[in-house]
Design a binder for this molecule. Sequence first.
Ligand SMILES: [Zn+2]
Length: 243
Amino acid sequence: MPDYRSYSIPSEHIGRTRVLTSGCRHATTSAQAEAGILALNAARILLTPSPAADRPPLLLDHGGAGGADTAVWQAAADRTPGWEAVCHPAQWSTHVFELPDFAPGSPEQTVNLCPARHRGLDKCAMAGHRRNAAMIALGPRLLLAMPTVSKTRAKKIGRSRGTWGCVDAAVRAGIPTLIVWSPDGGVNTAFRLFWSDEKTDQMIAEHWALRHLYGIEQSESAATAAEPSRSISLAEAAVDVPF
Ligand SMILES: [Zn+2]
């Protein structure tokens, strides 16, 4: 595939701690941008192993789509010290019918091939999924997801589906996953951080700065609908408590 670009890891990014973000393209309000900044602060605290630990710059992987990917996550990284945003645009005009000759250790060795019916089509419907799989294969320590509708509603109205797909793929890959969610986009109800998988639950329950929040406040939400979910206040989780 001569025109297929792989999502390789530049040498300066080897060994760096990565946080993956995925957001709905409709997440464009200022309330969502503010939630993005708080979420990056909470993620940094969550990935700091102790109060005295060093805080090296973190990499923020995003897909470069409109809405939350750029307006929220890029802006949040620009306004929050210690983050370097890395854009991974999907290759919508490229089909992959043969496996490229990937270098050993490439995050795309498990790339999905296009079905034969894609031949002759201008746009590849799998490009977003292929890009998300590559970002997950980069081994992020955490996924921050910002959908604008619940998982159940996403299927019905065809919105935030890519974001929920990324959540499912990350949980399957064993990557701790936090959903930055307010039922009304932050208009009347403050954003909270939600999760439903055991790995994230354990990470927060045992964390030096967040376990007290975990202990005192958890609430159910319609965000993940069918699955039981737990949550903590986003604003409280973003406060760096000195010990
Ligand atoms: Zn295709």
